[in-house]
Design a protein around this ligand. Structure first.
Ligand SMILES: NC(=O)c1ccc[n+]([C@@H]2O[C@H](COP(=O)([O-])OP(=O)(O)OC[C@H]3O[C@@H](n4cnc5c(N)ncnc54)[C@H](O)[C@@H]3O)[C@@H](O)[C@H]2O)c1
Length: 266
């Protein structure tokens, strides 16, 4: 066990994974626990959260599962209250919940736009709304919001709702960072690049059934480090921002993309 967040309490939203293997939220939850935090695993899918709990338990870490939907204000309020009840404080809020979405303005329905905004952006506004009062009371807290490279650079495929939601995540993070800095709260965003997670595997398989490995190789070839990221790459970037090592870092956007966004020429 490490000690990078020893004695802290962390809420991780979307702490399960959408399939077998390691997702970003699952890896972050396991890593916080490995580094000494007590972790509240929040997910609307109980089985997915329980799988993360199984791993943390096996490694001797400490966690609790809380099944809730973070697009609902009442659920976010309960989440904050439960964390305080169980652990006594909230040191880290890691907002991981998010879904992908392909489509331009014409092909994206109003319902799909609203769904992506609610899950990817409004959920983070709501969790922050109910966690911030406790962090301010403590005069300390670290919020880590998961954005995406599509927030800062257009990719080959259209993803208007997803990109706008993830750009909103960065704007939300900066607003919170500045407005709550004097009361001891830091807020930072992680911008992952192409990360090979279960949800990414499914998205690629759905779009290019027979050519999954070929598509991943083509993507990797465009990345300066010549490989896709994995969930631990996102998790380690978040761990730094959540820990006291980053005590002077707030309002930052940490890009973890193997150099992809810097390398792509306009
Ligand atoms: N994989 C990539 O290439 C990549 C790149 C950039 C950013 N991201 C971001 O990473 C995050 C997701 O990563 P992941 O690998 O953990 O995804 P995942 O889909 O494997 O896990 C997300 C978890 O969130 C839960 N969830 C979904 N909606 C919820 C809700 N309303 N309330 C509570 N729980 C909910 C799901 O049940 C699931 O267990 C997203 O924000 C995504 O945009 C991923």
């Amino acid at each position: 066990m490490g000690e990078r967040v020893k004695g802290k309490t962390a809420i991780v939203t979307g702490a399960g994974a959408s399939g077998p293997g390691m997702g970003n939220g699952k890896a972050a939850a396991i890593l916080y626990a490995r580094e000494g935090a007590r972790v509240m695993l929040v997910d609307c899918n109980l089985a997915a959260a329980e799988e993360t709990r199984r791993v943390i338990d096996q490694e001797g870490g400490e966690c609790t599962v809380f099944q809730r939907d973070v697009t609902r204000a009442v659920d976010c309020q309960c989440m904050a209250a439960k964390c305080i009840e169980v652990f006594g404080r909230i040191d880290i809020l890691h907002n991981n919940v998010g879904i992908p979405g392909i489509g331009d303005v014409l092909s994206t329905s109003e319902e799909r736009w609203d769904e992506i905004m609610n899950i990817n952006l409004k959920s983070m506004f709501l969790t922050c709304k109910y966690v911030l009062p406790q962090m301010e009371k403590q005069r300390s807290g670290a919020i880590v919001n998961i954005s995406s490279i599509t927030a800062i650079k257009r990719l080959q495929f259209p993803s208007v709702a997803y990109s706008v939601s993830k750009a909103g995540v960065i704007a939300l993070t900066r607003e919170i960072a500045i407005q709550h800095a004097a009361r001891g709260v830091r807020a930072n965003a992680v911008v992952p690049g192409y990360i090979r997670t279960p949800v990414m595997e499914t998205a690629v398989a759905d779009a290019h059934a027979e050519d999954v490995e070929k598509i991943f190789k083509e993507r990797a070839d465009k990345i300066p480090v010549r490989k896709l990221g994995d969930a631990w790459d996102t998790a380690y970037a978040a761990l730094f921002l959540a820990s006291d090592e980053a005590k002077y870092v707030t309002g930052a956007v940490l890009v973890a993309d193997g150099g992809l966004t810097e390398a792509t020429k306009i």
